[in-house]
Design a protein around this ligand. Structure first.
Ligand SMILES: *Cc1c(COP(=O)(O)O)cnc(C)c1O
Length: 376
């Protein structure tokens, strides 16, 4: 029978080329820090893209211990998986909206769509009205990002038309900030003003504007509910200032072979590097198929010593220059650090010309994963 292939089993620690350690205690610390900053506003959590690549279910379960009861995913499929993991009582919003024909699936799974267009509002209204059981949903307002949601004027028009929203239990009015990580960007105040302008039109629903960086813009941006993602995972929400968050991720790769080469040896694909002098090398079992950017010209760390990458990053391996270590100090089976105390996610991202979000969500699925600090 051609059935659905089971997911490949996660490699054991001994078999894995790399080990990804996710500190759920740090995720919980970060949540508490944000919740304290929010004062009276509640703190939700964004766990889209499988919790920024770190595991939506274990992260949500850890945050439920901290009192978090509202989660955001991007896709319906992510919502269904999270619902199965968390049980019925937790609120889950689906940010990317309501694809036509999926209304029943949302209701049956108790998922709340973020309605992003007039069509989606009408579809949800049509569903709730005949049964006289309006279903909960959010409406997203585009206050100035031009990505998702309705313009404020259109939202106001809906509130004036009692015939339309009667079939919807509107639980949340939300908008998203385009420039929250640049505190003095004028868009922040503009979007705030437009969002505040909607308040008088709604009596019941919560309002939500701030992502991680938005929380740091100040209490005006907090409203009733915040939607942090990145900061929970240790990414700096204030790139212009030291990172207030605790690091969450540690990525270690295993040495699978060591060698010494003479001057003149070509190293790796394309002989992109030719040794100018004798050099000692170690090959580690992690490459661009694991989400490590091919263009990144970085270093790994072994007991605090930086071991620069040499030559090109391969699909499944990277070659390190280990000449800085005493001979024999590193051997097959040893683990080197790629993300951790010596190299933060943000630093790795900067080296690769990208942002921490892309590094985390790109991390592959060949790692042995270890979760620590979840239920303490
Ligand atoms: C991804 C996302 C968030 C979380 O943003 P962070 O910068 O990771 O905190 C919040 N709201 C919406 C609509 C999003 O798409």
């Amino acid at each position: 029978m051609a059935g659905k292939e089971p997911l490949p089993a996660e490699p054991s620690r001994a078999a894995a080329g790399a080990i990804l350690t996710i500190d759920l205690g740090a995720v919980r610390f970060n949540y508490r820090l944000l919740a304290r900053m929010l004062g009276g506003a509640r703190c939700g959590a964004v766990v889209k893209a499988d919790g920024y690549g770190l595991g939506a279910a274990p992260i949500a379960q850890a945050l439920i211990h901290e009192g978090c009861d509202t989660f955001f995913v991007a896709h319906l499929s992510e919502g269904l998986a999270l619902r199965a993991a968390l049980g019925p009582d937790i609120v889950i919003y689906v940010l990317n909206g309501l694809p036509p024909g999926t209304e029943r699936t949302f209701v049956d799974a108790g998922l709340r769509p973020v309605l992003n267009s007039a069509e989606q509002i009408r579809a949800w209204d049509d569903l709730g009205r005949p049964s006289l059981r309006p279903q909960p949903a959010a409406i997203q307002v585009d206050t100035g990002m031009a990505r998702l949601g309705l313009p404020p004027e259109d939202v106001v028009r809906f509130t004036e038309d009692a015939r339309i929203l009667a079939g919807i239990q509107l639980t949340l009015v939300m908008s998203h900030l385009a420039c929250a990580d640049v505190p003095d960007h004028p868009a922040n105040a503009q979007q705030l003003k437009r969002f505040q302008g909607l308040r008088p039109w709604f009596a019941g629903p919560d309002f939500s504007l701030a992502n991680s960086s938005g929380i740091f813009l100040g209490t005006d941006w907090h409203f009733d509910l915040a939607r942090p993602g990145a900061a929970l995972y240790g990414i700096n929400p204030t790139p212009h200032l030291p990172n207030p968050m605790q690091p969450v991720v540690r990525l270690e790769a295993r040495v699978i072979q060591t060698r010494s080469v003479k001057a003149g040896a070509g190293i790796g694909y394309g002989h992109a590097l030719v040794a100018e002098a004798p050099v000692r090398l170690a090959t580690i079992a992690l490459g661009y198929a694991d989400g490590w950017p091919r263009r990144l010209n970085g270093a790994a760390f072994f007991k605090g010593t930086a071991l620069p990458f040499v030559g090109r990053v391969s699909m499944d391996s990277i070659i390190l220059d280990v000449s800085a270590l005493p001979e024999g100090a590193i051997a097959p089976g040893d683990l080197v650090e790629l993300i951790g105390p010596h190299r933060t996610v943000d630093e790795v991202a900067a080296d690769a010309g990208t942002i921490g979000y892309e590094i985390l969500t790109g991390l592959g699925n060949r790692f042995h994963r270890v979760y620590t600090g979840g239920d303490a």
